[in-house]
Design a protein around this ligand. Structure first.
Ligand code: MRU
Length: 369
């Protein structure tokens, strides 16, 4: 997608130097656009853990490149297999909820397992890292092509008045390699000339909505309004939301959806106000092993300090301030699980399905038991 009129992806191999991966360091957005160079697996683990990169698809792509860097290090030091094993463990432990992380690491291990010698393993690791990134972008584009039909239908009913979409957190192109999942239908609608307006939940405590989603929609010229996390229910009751589209970090094959904390409350409000609630995801975000999302999806708990502090831009630099009483404890649950019964449908690269086992497996029969 575009930044200042120039096309960027969120992660790529450095032109002319196959030892370096470049990525957009999201910690500084929207105030500064910083590109970070990552040259070791340990640096990639840090980039994922400390959220220089975040969002399900991008975490998967970063893990793919992380395993490629592990292969490079292993070949250079003559300890390829041991390095791959230990790197796989550290990458998988970097963040627990997004299933794309372990999916990408396992895909790399499986590809390399079939190679005959270290050089072949290295070549496969590079090809697989690039393939994971390419697929992520292509699948998100297809999610847009399928999801735009939902927006078109509402636009027709509203006789061309703007379609109001509410989204939570950032499931935009910054959360993937390109296009995004929840935003892909929005970008497709905007490009097709449909009037669309996005309610952007700010998404405390890290504010991925007000910092990232608002920034990328703005860069692309999509009308949007940032709202506090608690405003969505009020807007839905007043008929000011036509459709909710969110992303997901992990969705069970039965349709339970883990997404950024607060998503469940939006789904409850949407059900109460008869607003359709859709989840957009590439197949890499399905967990084909887990049946019961509430009990089985690991929920990341992050540092309480993220709740106690807020950061922003003042006097030409990013500053952080404490916003709670000094002695108050804080808890920081990163994700929640929205049960399948509250989800109107899933928008995938293969089409739209219902959030239940039968409908999901009809689209992805290769995962049927
Ligand atoms: O903690 P993050 O920023 O990595 O969380 C991921 C998210 O941005 C959201 O949960 C998103 O809606 C799903 S990821 C495509």
């Amino acid at each position: 997608m575009n930044v200042g009129g120039k096309h960027y992806r969120t992660i790529w191999l450095k032109d002319g130097d196959a030892h370096v991966v470049q990525l957009i360091d999201q910690r500084w957005l929207p105030h500064s656009f910083v590109i970070e160079e990552v040259a070791t697996t340990a640096q990639m683990v840090t980039a994922i853990h400390e959220m220089h990169v975040r969002g399900a698809g991008l975490i998967g792509a970063a893990a793919g490149y992380g395993m490629y860097l592990a292969a490079l290090e292993g070949v250079e030091r003559g300890c390829l297999d041991a390095n791959l094993t230990s790197s796989a463990v550290s990458l998988k432990a970097a963040r627990p909820t997004a299933v794309n992380l372990s999916w990408a690491v396992d895909r790399q291990l499986e590809e390399m397992r079939r190679a005959l010698n270290p050089q072949q393993k290295l070549a496969r690791a590079l090809a697989t890292a690039m393939a994971i990134a390419e697929e992520d972008a292509a699948y998100c584009r297809r999610i847009g092509q399928h999801g735009v039909a939902l927006i078109e239908e509402i636009a027709q009913r509203k006789n061309g008045k703007p379609v109001n979409v509410l989204t939570h957190c950032n499931a935009g192109w910054l959360a993937f390699v390109d296009h995004g999942s929840a935003t892909a239908p929005i970008y497709a609608a905007h490009e097709a000339g449909l009037a669309v307006h996005v309610w952007v939940d700010e998404t405390r405590p890290r504010n991925q909505g007000s910092k990232l989603t608002a920034w990328e929609l703005g860069q692309h010229g999509v009308p949007h309004t940032v709202i506090t996390d608690n405003a969505g229910g009020h807007l839905m009751q007043r008929g000011e939301v036509d459709i909710v589209i969110v992303g997901t970090d992990r969705t069970t094959y039965t349709g339970d959806v883990a997404n950024k904390i607060g998503t469940y409350l939006k789904a409850l409000a949407a059900a109460d106000s008869n607003v359709p609630f859709y989840v957009a995801l590439p197949s890499s975000s399905f967990d084909w092993q887990i049946k019961d999302g509430l009990r089985e999806i690991p929920i990341e708990q992050r540092e309480p300090d993220e709740v106690k502090h807020a950061d922003g831009w003042a006097d030409g630099r990013q500053i952080e301030v404490r916003i709670t009483p000094e002695g108050s404890a804080a808890a920081n649950y990163g994700f929640d699980v929205t049960p399948a019964r509250l989800v109107t449908g899933l928008i995938t690269e293969r089409g739209i399905c219902q959030a239940n086992e039968q409908s999901i497996l009809a689209l992805f029969p290769e995962h049927a038991p």
